[in-house]
Design a protein around this ligand. Structure first.
Ligand SMILES: Cc1ncc(COP(=O)(O)O)c(C=O)c1O
Length: 411
């Protein structure tokens, strides 16, 4: 396998949905930041699991239960390797990024006291903001947000000025789902650790597109979702350093997360199961592992390079061909997310016409990042987001279509 480039035509054969037509036009799917499509390998894995291996995990002595448990735990080992975590105990399966972040918020809650601070940025997805607002409102901690530079970087000087010995946690996204910018998380983690604060990295938009190495960046927590990286919905990951997890309160309580229970009290199960109460989503967990195999076979470096090429090509063409377009985010250090707006055309009309007349799926609105839009004085944007199966031809088709739509709406 050539790990330097993605053979995009071959890859596309694995994604049945890409053969669909929308209003008589070939689907061009550019809403990957919301959720990716799934390859046939993942779709088949789900069918195979339910046809051959389905039984509840961790509980029974029968063959199906051992198979099911082994497949689920094998997926956990694949996640550990995918992000280069040291210990298997550090990989907690959740429903998605949002649940992983809430797990941290609720589990940290009883360790916080008035006067403690959490620092975040105005760039965050609501999932990495609303849980911290809950802690502020219920526990009287202070929540501070670093501002951005005009071209869409986190203002690192401002962030550093907000972090102090009172800071318990810095919560920051690795890649913005609106700006596409890759944030310097290692620098941010150094700033936080110097003051004794922990760092949570929201990797929902980076894990699908970049090589992740939690050991190298030394984050304390990381959260991401399977559905944005070719895997099923309903399964996500919280990575947390083992010694921190050991000290954290369980988030949800019930079956499987206990070691013993009397009518008086329970004792907790070992890590990571202590944080996985109730019947886990083991079928989708298994299929998520298959999605990781798919990404690994292509190589994350090749995927990153492919998307980088698509984004640069698209941005250049948009600037050349579409008058009055404003593109958010910096020119460098970005992945394949391209958000844009016009002063004279509502973004939702663009989304509707691209879909109805050209079969192009993009996203319009505030992309669950209202404070970010407010920061730039906007109510919303249109967003095209690419993944490993998108082609330069699709990017050009999108730019041509946008040019036509804009001309039509200005008539
Ligand atoms: C940066 C970022 N964080 C968090 C999320 C939330 O992910 P999920 O809905 O899978 O929990 C998203 C989803 O778009 C995102 O882009």
């Amino acid at each position: 396998m050539d790990h330097n480039s993605v053979d995009v035509l071959k890859v596309r054969e694995d994604f049945p949905i890409l053969k669909r037509e929308i209003h008589g036009k070939k689907l061009v799917y550019l809403d990957n930041a919301a959720t990716s499509q799934r390859p046939v390998q993942v779709i088949k894995a789900i069918e195979e699991f339910y046809s051959q291996h389905n039984a509840n995990i961790h509980r029974a002595v029968h063959t199906l239960s051992s198979e099911s448990t082994e497949l689920y735990e094998e997926a956990r080992r694949k996640v550990r390797m995918f992000i280069n975590a040291k210990f298997i105990e550090e990989i907690v399966f959740t429903r998605n990024t949002t649940e992983a972040i809430n797990l941290v918020a609720y589990s940290l809650a009883n360790t916080l006291k008035e006067g403690d601070e959490i620092v975040s940025t105005v760039m965050e997805h609501h999932s990495n903001m609303v849980p911290w607002q809950m802690l502020r409102d219920r526990f009287g901690i202070t929540l501070k947000f670093a501002r951005l530079t005009k071209d869409g970087h986190i203002d690192l000087d401002h962030l550093a000025s907000l972090v102090s010995e009172r800071t318990k946690l810095v919560a920051v996204n690795h890649v913005s789902n609106v700006l596409g910018v890759v944030n310097p998380v290692k620098t941010i983690i150094n700033i936080a650790h110097d003051k004794g604060a922990m760092v949570l990295v929201d990797a929902a938009q980076s894990a699908p597109h970049l090589k992740i190495d939690v050991a190298a960046i030394d984050c304390d927590f990381m959260a991401f979702s399977s559905h944005k990286m070719l895997g099923p919905t309903g399964i996500g990951v919280l990575y947390a350093k083992k010694d921190i997890l050991e000290r954290m309160e369980p988030f949800l309580r019930g079956g499987d997360m206990i070691s013993t229970v009397t009518t008086e009290r329970p004792t907790w199960n070992k890590l990571p199961w202590r944080f996985e109460a109730g019947t886990s989503n083991f079928a989708d967990g298994y299929a998520f592992g298959v999605a990781l195999d798919y990404l690994n076979a292509l190589g994350m470096d090749a995927i990153e390079k492919h998307e980088h090429g698509l984004a640069n090509f698209t941005i250049k063409l948009l600037e050349e061909r579409v008058p009055g377009i404003h593109i958010l985010g910096p020119k460098e250090n970005r992945i394949g997310v391209v958000s844009f707006y016009f002063d004279d055309i509502p973004h939702d009309l663009i989304g509707i016409l691209l879909n109805d007349e050209f079969g192009i799926a993009i996203r319009t609105g505030c992309h669950c990042a209202q404070p970010l839009h407010e920061f730039f004085g906007l109510t919303g944007t249109a967003r095209a987001s690419f993944y490993l199966y998108n082609t330069l031809e699709e990017a050009e088709y999108f730019v041509n279509a946008l040019e036509e739509v804009v001309a039509k709406l200005r008539k």
